[in-house]
Design a protein around this ligand. Sequence first.
Ligand code: GUN
Length: 286
Amino acid sequence: MSAHLIDGKALSQKILDSVKHEIESLSRSGKPVPGLAVILVGDDPASKIYVRNKERACQATGIKSNVITLDERTTEEELLSIIDTLNKDDGIHGILVQLPLPSHINESKVIEAISPYKDVDGFHPINRGRLLTGEDCLEPCTPKGIIHLIQSTGIDITGKHAVVIGRSNNVGKPAGLMLLRNNATVTIAHTKTQDLPSVSRTADILVVAAGRPRLVDETFIKEGAVVIDVGISRVDGKITGDVDFDKVKEKAGYITPVPGGVGPMTVATLMENTLKAAKRAICKTS
Ligand code: GUN
């Protein structure tokens, strides 16, 4: 059997179109345009590409983007002061500080300074806590994209066994919580899990976010499983996921490619979060 490909590029385009239509309709009823501020400190080449992609997605959806590029030597106080100004700016509904930050800046302090209502990354402890307790919140973008990808297969998540390989705060743990919120039975495994292939083979839905290129081969896969590959590493100059695609596609039912799977979804869900934050703010003031 050869797995169905889950096309993240096509699905992300659908989401961007839907965000665009909703913004047009808000605009027609005289509501303000959602605004997203993206702060980039320093000139890390990968971060610059990510920020450019976010700016493009804003252009595609009609979100007003405000990219603030700061020198590598910007102090923590300066950055906190910029965040404070953006928190108070009614035209800005989402604030994202591109990570990683230079080592002299305390990342947690910066994330906690962002208003939880504008925290479109879903990284603020209030949003993380609300996700844990199942309350409404801004959800982190990559796990939100993962849920969309799984739902796009038409397979009902309820009652399925979902195994997440990876326990990071920004992907593995929240992906587990969001699968649980969707009524899956969830196991969070990791690279130190004993007999990881056996645990993985119990998964109807397997999310791999371990950061280890080609960790998962066909011995990890239950016949027909949905496999979501969050990994993105460069191996011999080639972008490579955590899943050995050629081996796994023969056994899985559905599989995401790398690139073109989870990657484009993260930007699309950021636009969804910005729209959500804007709608909340607009409703509150009108
Ligand atoms: N750097 C890499 N991924 C991300 C992300 O999702 N959000 C932020 N703020 N920085 C990142």
